[in-house]
Design a protein around this ligand. Structure first.
Ligand SMILES: Cc1cc2nc3c(=O)[nH]c(=O)nc-3n(C[C@H](O)[C@H](O)[C@H](O)COP(=O)(O)OP(=O)(O)OC[C@H]3O[C@@H](n4cnc5c(N)ncnc54)[C@H](O)[C@@H]3O)c2cc1C
Length: 493
């Protein structure tokens, strides 16, 4: 006989979406909220543990951002150039990045609720810091529109804060407690079956909120769903995001959504570990991301460029650039910079493998490329660089190449100031885009196009994105839909 237990609300997962849903449910009146985390305590938190915790949200610029970072002294704050980011801006970014394919209702909900969700986080006690990602020009720090702050302490910092807030409210977190079945059917969910450290048991509740992440750490599911070189993908985040809860929900009759052959994949050091690329100890982001490609060129193993490195700021291109790298021979590429480019590297604190040489031919030899081919690629690129616009790393400068079949649209500077530098990179998968469909209250939708009673979802398990992704939208999506799910789960009953 399987042991039975009851509670008010079950939250599956131990990442940021899960904490946000659990705290919101408690605030909305749920007395007994139980979080079920598959990982052991030392590894809890899924991808959130590895996250840079940057948030993209609608805000009014400097005066509003100041409320989040009161500890920054006035002189430093005065150097920070932070313009407003409106609902129209965020919606336009989502539309452009996802090629207009994102569910309109969810896109509008994400945008319209983003400001309230981030303020709610501050109100419940989450602390913030200014983003490290900005361009420094003449002593001023230019932040890209929509992104100015991250949660203090990065991935683990955010989790530690959420855990303190949740435990202070009496929310129970059970580690080493993988959910192994969903109790119910496509019309109504009543609980879950758990494989706990002391054996299997059924936990029943008024509602279940699924926040169990994507399937990026599952090689079999990657091979089944994703395009291209799936075995070569390094997994940037948690080894525990293996997609079984997503599969259970699909088997139950929940509708799939989002782009199943795609995911967020970004360029990382070719020597990064296969899974869980490390964060800096102080939470200053992931140590092996290689996002500076707009200030140089990137070539494949044949010595050829293969994408427009200057299409837009990295925050609008990095999530698809890893996919482009993975599609190259050997799933590898080389980022090449001269000293002008090296001076623009915004992540000098990141650990990276690189080689240097005084000539492009010597650099080619060091990275294993055919020297004559790389020299020709660089010379062709240099000849195409126009000088009619000033190079300005803080914004789209329109300094483009002319006459190349594959242009570089911004920040085109000649590679002519030695020593030259080469960074070998590959593509790392961050999270998958295919997941379950939800409505604007974060209720899971079934194949009859009806909400499944008692079932909600938030985070990477939700299928939301197509093609590309504007940076720092994942954490905002977690907060928006986690909060809505927590509230709606309590109100439904
Ligand atoms: C290196 C890196 C940097 C990033 N930086 C940013 C950033 O700066 N800004 C941003 O917006 N996004 C960022 N992201 C993305 C963002 O962190 C993720 O989108 C987010 O963490 C997903 O949250 P989640 O709660 O849905 O999933 P996760 O945080 O992955 O949590 C899923 C949880 O479910 C648990 N779980 C899995 N299976 C089961 C099961 N069977 N039973 C019980 N529990 C289960 C896992 O153990 C885990 O605790 C980054 C991601 C990475 C990897």
């Amino acid at each position: 006989m399987v042991r039975q237990e009851n509670c008010d609300i079950i939250v599956i997962g131990g990442g940021s979406a899960a904490f946000e849903a659990a705290v919101a449910a408690h605030e909305a009146g749920a007395r007994r909220v139980v979080m079920l985390e598959k990982a052991p305590e030392a590894e809890y938190g899924g991808n959130a543990r590895y996250s840079g915790t940057g948030f993209r949200f609608v805000h009014g610029g400097s005066p509003e951002i100041r409320q989040f970072i009161p500890e920054v002294d006035d002189a430093t704050f005065a150097t920070m150039q932070i313009g407003p980011y409106g609902a129209d801006d965020f919606l336009a970014d989502l539309d452009r990045m996802t090629e207009g394919r994102m569910n309109r209702v969810l896109a509008e909900t994400l945008v319209s609720e983003s400001n309230a969700a981030v303020h709610w986080m501050r109100d419940v006690g989450i602390k913030w810091e200014p983003l490290k990602e900005h361009a420094k020009v003449d002593g001023k720090r230019y932040f890209e529109r929509g992104i100015a702050i991250h949660v203090a302490g990065g991935g683990l910092g955010q989790l530690t804060q959420w855990r303190r807030i949740a435990e202070a409210r009496g929310i129970e977190i059970r580690f080493e407690s993988p959910v192994c079945a969903i109790l119910g059917d496509l019309r109504r969910v009543e609980g879950v079956s758990v494989s706990g450290p002391d054996g299997r048991y059924d936990l029943k509740a008024k509602a279940v909120i699924a926040c169990a992440g994507g399937f990026q750490a599952n090689a079999e599911m990657r091979a089944r769903y994703l395009a291209g070189n799936t075995d070569r993908m390094k997994v940037r985040g948690s080894r525990h995001d293996t997609g079984e809860v997503l599969r259970m929900l699909l088997d139950l009759g929940v509708r799939p959504s989002g782009e199943w052959r795609s995911g967020h994949m970004s360029p990382i050091d070719a020597n990064a570990p296969d899974v869980e690329t490390p964060q800096h100890e102080d939470g200053r982001g992931n140590t092996q991301s290689r996002y500076d490609y707009p200030y140089g060129i990137t070539v494949n193993a044949l010595g050829q460029r293969f994408f427009d490195e200057g299409e837009a700021q990295h925050s609008y291109t990095y999530a698809k650039t890893g996919r482009a790298v993975l599609a190259q021979p050997g799933a590898r590429a080389i980022q090449i910079y001269d000293q002008k480019g090296v001076r623009c590297i915004r992540y000098p604190h990141h650990k990276a493998t690189y080689m240097e040489a005084d000539t492009i031919a010597d650099l080619a030899a060091k990275v294993g490329l055919e020297a004559a081919v790389l020299v020709q690629t660089v010379e062709e690129f240099n000849r195409a660089v126009r000088d009619d616009k000033l190079f300005f790393p803080g914004k789209l400068d329109g300094r483009a190449t002319q006459g190349l079949a594959l242009p570089k649209s911004n920040w085109a500077i000649r590679i002519d100031e030695p020593p030259y530098r080469a960074y070998p990179v590959t593509g790392g998968i961050t999270f998958t885009f295919g997941g379950v469909e939800i409505n604007r209250q974060a209720q899971a939708m079934n194949s009859l196009d009806q909400p499944v009673k008692g079932l909600f979802a938030s985070g990477d398990i939700v299928g939301l994105f197509f093609h590309n992704y504007p940076s720092f939208t994942g954490q905002t999506r977690n907060a928006v839909f986690g909060r809505l799910a927590g509230q709606a789960a309590v109100q439904e009953n």
